[in-house]
Every structure is written in structure tokens, then in C-alpha cells.
Ligand binder design. Structure first.
Ligand code: NIG
Ligand code: FE
Length: 426
């Protein structure tokens, strides 16, 4: 099966009972990692494991073993799949998306072309509030249908795990509605899904001019209800100029911690906001965007468990600065990449293009960009113990490409259709 038609393909990966699949003649097996590291930082990000002329065995949906073709084992009941020189990559993990939304905001894009900034559109009542109006008037079934089109598009581009945020409800019922759609995606799509509650994405219309009352609503009503219903793994806040303050963000993180939701924050997209420091104080799993940083942010992140996450697709589409990830890596930090797929600032979930952009505009090497969009982004959504690399015992979620002339070619030829087969949950 191929994905040339951009249709999702997920052939079952395990054979009959007790059987499995033995892939042979793999041109190069990319992302081999035997280090046991759950994330790679600093110089470790330059070490992308690759094994040429390889085989890989999959049993019970797990990577059972792999090795060079010169040491090919007996098939031992496995169905043999001859890849004839195709390359194998671990699926991309997209640790930051907003793919549950209604319609699109192409009209605002025209406003941007004509000179308005993201913040000006927001101040005029457009932007996130525009998406909230559209979402309110869209049924849950229809939201699910539209979101699944995006999920399928992402799968066809090589993504095997995604974090999805709420944040276009902005009322208790609206946020719960979004989170139920995310749960339904998790239950039905062949990808790993993590859900993040982002009630503090903007102040809901009914609370215009009463931001602190809205934060009360988020802390006292939304979080307890989301927590009781077990609808979110993580909590997020848009901590930035013109949105939520570091103090409000911390209050929300503390309230969510009572329900076991770990923060993954929007920080420093529009200004140096203090969001990174709040995230670190609240043991955030990740702080995302980081288009605006100073030495103080790098210092705050050093030695912590928080993963800085860059969203180059957002910088590209929204004409924002690109995060200074080279300095971060030079400082010994790890870096993750994600798409930020959303209707306002990044209407694409193509992780291969995200990785290419990180090379082109942030000057990551292809090795660093691939680690950032697989192992490190898996870490940034809490799944790197089972996804994000070719490691014995990890889940077999991967894609193949046509035989490539080199690793860098995969990101250099950024829109050539090179991906040929997708292997996900049956
Ligand atoms: O990550 N910055 C905040 N949230 C999204 C944009 C959401 C929207 O504009 O709809 C982002 O860029
Ligand atoms: Fe975002």
C-alpha cells in the first residue's frame, strides 16, 4: 500500500497468533537507539542511530529485534516482508497540536496579508474567539469528522502520535465538548493520542473585561470537571503578552496539579513572557513556542525535566522569529519539534516539513531535527518510554520511504513524496 493518494494507510503489523513480521532488505534503519535515554540533550542530539542493510522483526506490535542482513535470523513463523532497499523511520511524534476546530480562518489570513498582526486580529475579536464561535455552532459529530480528516492527513505524512489541545470552547461545556472529541479520536484512530486542557487559551466572550473572573472559572469549575471526568492528561495556558500572566498561569497549573494534570505551556510566542520560568517552577513537561528568549530562559531550563519545544511551522506561517534552538542545544539542552497545527497560526501538521524548516531556518542538522521530532517530541508528550525510536521493546510505529540517496535527502527534498508505507496500530 502506498500513501501517494494521501489516504491513511495502516496495514496490521502483527501476523497470525504467535506470528509476526520480519522486514528484510531495509536500505537503512533510522533512529536506532540502544541508549535507554528518554530524551537527548546537547551533543547527544547529534547521535542519530542508523543501521544500513538491515532487518527488523515485529511481534505483538512491538519491535522484537533488528540487525544487519549479514546476520539474518530464521523467520521462525514470521511473515517475511522484503522492503527491497526502502528505508525505515520511527513515526513522527507531534507533541503540540490544536486539530479539533471547526472550519478555518482563511479570511483572517487575508487580513494578515493586508498587514494586521496576530495580536491585532485577536483584539478585534477574531482569532481564537472566532474559532470559539465556530466551534459552539458545530456538533460534536461534525467536529470529530473534521478533526479526523486532519488526523488522517497527519498519518499520511508519517505522524504516529499526537498531543491534542482543547482551547476553542472557552466555556465549561465547550471545553468538555472538545475533550470528548479528543477522547473519541484516541479511541478510534490508529495513533497514540494525549489530551491537554487549554481552557486558558483566551478569555471567553462572556467574560470580556473580566479576565480574573475567567481564571476563577478555569480553576474552580473547568479543571475540577475535566479532572472528575478524566478527560485530560495535561494542562496548558497561553502565557504571553495580551493573554495570561505568569501569576495566572501558575495559579492554573497549581489547580490542575490537584487533578494530576502536568503543565505543557504556551510560552514566549509574542514576547519574553515569564512563561518559561513558571513552567519550570511547576515541573512542566514542556514549554512550547519560545520565539522570544534570553539567556535567562536557557538558564532556567538547564538541569530541569522540562523540554523546550519549537514550532517552526508557526514562525513560518505567522512571520514570527524562529526559536533559537541552536543556542539551546549549545547550552546542553534538549529540543523538541512539533507542528502546532491550528487554524490561526499554523494550518499544517506536516512534521517532515516542520523538521525541514528547523534545518533551513533554525540551522539544525537533519540528525538533530529528526531526534527533535521523534524521541524528544515523544518525551514532550510523555510517551518516549514506548515511542520515538527504533528500540527493542518499543511499539512498532514506523514508516518506510523509497530508497534514499542519503539521510539528509529526506528533509532536503522536503515536499517530494518519499514516504511509501505506514505501520501503525492495527
Ligand atoms: O499555538 N498561541 C496560541 N495558540 C495557538 C494559536 C491558536 C489560534 O490562533 O487559533 C498557537 O499559535
Ligand atoms: Fe499552540
Amino acid at each position: 500500500m502506498t500513501n501517494n493518494s494521501c489516504k491513511p494507510v495502516s496495514p496490521p503489523i502483527s501476523g497470525g497468533a504467535g506470528g509476526g513480521l520480519l522486514f528484510i532488505n531495509i536500505g537503512t534503519l533510522v533512529g536506532v537507539d540502544e541508549s535507554g535515554l528518554l530524551r537527548r540533550q546537547g551533543e547527544e542530539m547529534s547521535c542519530l542511530g542508523m543501521l544500513g542493510d538491515a532487518w527488523m522483526m515485529v511481534r505483538d506490535e512491538l519491535i522484537a529485534d533488528y540487525g544487519p542482513m549479514s546476520e539474518l535470523p530464521e523467520a521462525a513463523g514470521c511473515e517475511v516482508v522484503d522492503l527491497k532497499g526502502e528505508w525505515v523511520f520511527p513515526s513522527f511524534c507531534d507533541s503540540h497540536t490544536h486539530i479539533v476546530y471547526a472550519g478555518n480562518r482563511a479570511t483572517e489570513w487575508l487580513d494578515k496579508i493586508n498587514g494586521l498582526s496576530y495580536e491585532e486580529i485577536g483584539r478585534r475579536g477574531g482569532g481564537i474567539l472566532n474559532s470559539a464561535d465556530l466551534l459552539r455552532d458545530t456538533s460534536e459529530d461534525e467536529l470529530y469528522r473534521q478533526a479526523m480528516e486532519r488526523v488522517n492527513e497527519m498519518i499520511a505524512k508519517g505522524t504516529g502520535a499526537m498531543e491534542i489541545k482543547s482551547g476553542y470552547g472557552l466555556t465549561t461545556e465547550g471545553e468538555l465538548k472538545m475533550l470528548r472529541v479528543i477522547r473519541r479520536i484516541r479511541e478510534t484512530a490508529p495513533v497514540e493520542v494525549k489530551a491537554t486542557f487549554l481552557g486558558a487559551h483566551a478569555v471567553g466572550r462572556a467574560y470580556a473585561g473580566r479576565q480574573s473572573d475567567y481564571v476563577d472559572l478555569v480553576c474552580r469549575e473547568m479543571i475540577p470537571e475535566v479532572g472528575r471526568q478524566g478527560l485530560a492528561d495535561y494542562v496548558d495556558v497561553f502565557c504571553d503578552r495580551g493573554y495570561f500572566t505568569p501569576e495566572e498561569t501558575e495559579r492554573i497549573c497549581v489547580a490542575a496539579a490537584e487533578w494530576g494534570m502536568t503543565p505543557k505551556l504556551h510560552a514566549n510566542e509574542l514576547a519574553v513572557s515569564g512563561g518559561v520560568q513558571v513552567g519550570v517552577r511547576c515541573n512542566a513537561l514542556s514549554v512550547d513556542h519560545l520565539e522570544n528568549t534570553t539567556q535567562a530562559e536557557f538558564a532556567a531550563l538547564r538541569g530541569t525535566s522540562t523540554m523546550p519545544t519549537a514550532l517552526p511551522g508557526c514562525s513560518f506561517f505567522s512571520n514570527l522569529p524562529f526559536a533559537d534552538v541552536r543556542t539551546m542545544i549549545g547550552e546542553g539542552l534538549g529540543v523538541a519539534l512539533a507542528s502546532d497545527y491550528n487554524p490561526g497560526s499554523s494550518p499544517s501538521g506536516d512534521m517532515r516539513f516542520v523538521a525541514s524548516l528547523a534545518c533551513i531556518r533554525m540551522r539544525l542538522t537533519p540528525q538533530q531535527a529528526l531526534i527533535a521530532s521523534t524521541l524528544n517530541s515523544a518525551y514532550a508528550m510523555g510517551v518516549s518510554d514506548r515511542l520515538g525510536s527504533i528500540t527493542r521493546g518499543k511499539q512498532a510505529r514506523f514508516f518506510t520511504t523509497v530508497p534514499l540517496p542519503s539521510l539528509e535527502y529526506f528533509l532536503y527534498a522536503h515536499h517530494t513524496p518519499l514516504i511509501s508505507k505506514i505501520y501503525l496500530r492495527p
